[in-house]
Design a binder for this molecule. Structure first.
Ligand code: ADP
Length: 475
């Protein structure tokens, strides 16, 4: 912790916490610090304070809110290095990736500071001469979020920034593996001048307790969740009782397709970043590779050589590009998927070894068929199964044969094929000749069981706004 300069960022680690949760480093299991374990009563009290604070916030102008959000953005960027170190310590991703995530997370704050000013209503041509018809947009009220450990900052700012810009207050429950990043970004919002109680973090080892309080609270009008499809289903069911608005950013099973006319070197480069970023632990990671017969040998050869070059280790070390997996369970899960694939006939073309601790070698598998478990499951780890195909129609059927529909990727130089395939893929997002496509200006989200709603872009703020219709009669 010595290298972290802004100590107030770690105010969450103060000595006088009464009931605490330990936070450990996934690279070496050392203790990093503690955060508060909130009780049900404390979570409920936080929601009530957020409800009260929101009333005054909703009366401010979008321009006033933007000024505070812009200052928050600047502070996030001024503290980029400290935030990145905290993130690498508790999450494990290499420092360069953590720095990238801080900038990516901050970009949502900057973007929505501006978008808040553009929450336009409409005047609508009236069908009756004595009436005037208009709409205005208003904040939904208190929004709550449950976020995962794989993007400890960006998954909070991508939700909190549009909520605050819209005039909502916001209560977040981060994953218990990565709460320090959450407390740090909230501390910076406080330093930026955000009034008390508008943005709060609650933490508990009992995630279902917080989920239950959030979903059943009549003071919360909106739940935004990023995480597994299973937990998303639970939260949607729980939210039904109080008829809450929900946004769900759930699991994925992204196909990465290489056609026979692709630039193979470009495809290999894209495959490496898309598959192995964050040690393969993102919902938009390439999960299964489909490579055309004509270029299969060349792609597998070049891809395997590139994978052999990837350095695995502690994310704080300079040359490391793949950090540890988040915990023992994550490693057990990918080991069991790998064993199953080998039993079903797959062969290892690169990697394949358990490197001890929570580290696993980046791995390429060949002789894989579409029906294998490793192709059907969300791997969430550094294993790349490669499948051969020869027919575009059959390829599309395989690519769409999943309950998920988040990200998809393909490589081709043929403009006709590019449009045809981009339109045929049943996914919320398509990367063409590009392996990393997330940006604050584009709508992020899935179809099918990958979710509901969009984050980022001009659409992202609508998730936190109600449209009110006003009719002026007897004019
Ligand atoms: P992952 O497998 O990536 O950890 P999860 O969906 O299990 O994905 O977790 C994402 C977030 O959901 C985390 O903050 C976790 O604590 C929370 N969570 C897990 N189970 C529940 C639940 N039953 N109710 C509410 N939140 C939950």
């Amino acid at each position: 912790m010595k290298q972290i300069k802004n100590h107030t960022l770690l105010s969450a680690l103060c000595d006088n916490l009464d009931n605490t949760i330990a936070v450990t480093n996934p690279a070496d299991q050392t203790l990093i610090g503690h955060v508060q374990a909130h009780s049900r009563e404390e979570v409920e009290a936080t929601i009530l304070r957020a409800r009260d604070a929101q009333k005054a916030w909703a009366k401010t102008t979008a321009k006033q809110r933007a000024a505070i959000l812009m200052r928050w953005y600047e502070l996030l960027m001024e503290n980029q290095e400290d935030l990145a170190r905290i993130m690498t310590l508790e999450q494990g991703k290499p420092l360069a990736e953590s720095r990238g995530e801080v900038a990516y997370g901050a970009s949502f704050v900057q973007w929505f500071a501006e978008e808040g000013k553009r929450a336009y209503g409409e005047t609508i041509p009236t069908p009756l001469a004595d009436r005037r018809i208009m709409t205005i947009k208003q904040p939904v009220g208190v929004a709550a979020a449950i976020t995962p450990w794989n993007f400890p900052i960006a998954m909070i700012t991508r939700k909190a920034a549009p909520a605050l810009a819209a005039g909502c207050s916001f209560v977040a429950k981060p994953a218990i593996q990565t709460p320090l990043s959450a407390y740090a970004v909230v501390e910076l919002a406080r330093q930026a001048g955000l009034p008390d109680d508008l943005l709060a973090v609650v933490t508990s080892e009992d995630a279902p307790m917080i989920g239950d309080v959030f979903c059943n609270s009549t003071h919360i009008q909106k739940i935004s969740f990023t995480g597994s499809t299973n937990v998303g289903r639970i939260l949607m069911k729980q939210s039904a009782e109080s008829v809450k608005r929900v946004s769900m950013e759930l699991g994925g099973n992204a196909p990465f397709i290489v056609f026979d006319d692709a630039d193979i070197d470009l495809a290999v480069k894209g495959a490496i970043t898309s598959k192995f970023r964050n040690a393969g632990q993102t919902c938009v990671c390439a999960n299964r590779f489909y490579v055309h017969d004509a270029v299969y040998e060349e792609f597998v050869h070049k891809f395997s050589l590139a994978v052999d070059e990837l350095t695995v280790g502690n994310g704080l070390d300079d040359d490391v590009v793949i950090g540890p997996l988040i915990d023992d369970n994550a490693k057990l899960k990918i080991k069991s998927l790998l064993d199953q694939a080998l039993q079903q006939g797959a062969t290892v073309s690169a990697g394949g070894d358990d490197l001890g601790g929570q580290f696993f070698e980046p791995t390429v598998l060949t002789h894989v068929s579409h029906s294998m478990d490793i192709v059907q499951a969300e791997i969430f780890g550094p294993i790349a199964p490669v499948i051969r195909f020869s027919d575009d129609e059959e390829l599309i059927e395989m690519a769409n044969d999943t309950i998920y529909g988040l990200a998809s990727y393909f490589y081709s130089k043929d403009i006709n094929r590019i449009f045809k395939i981009a339109e045929a893929l049943d996914y919320g997002m398509v990367g063409v000749n590009e392996g990393v496509i997330s940006t604050e200006v584009a709508p992020f989200g899935g179809v099918k069981q990958s979710g509901i709603g969009r984050e980022g872009a001009r659409q992202g703020i609508d998730e936190y706004l109600n449209t009110k219709y006003i009719c002026l009669g007897s004019m």
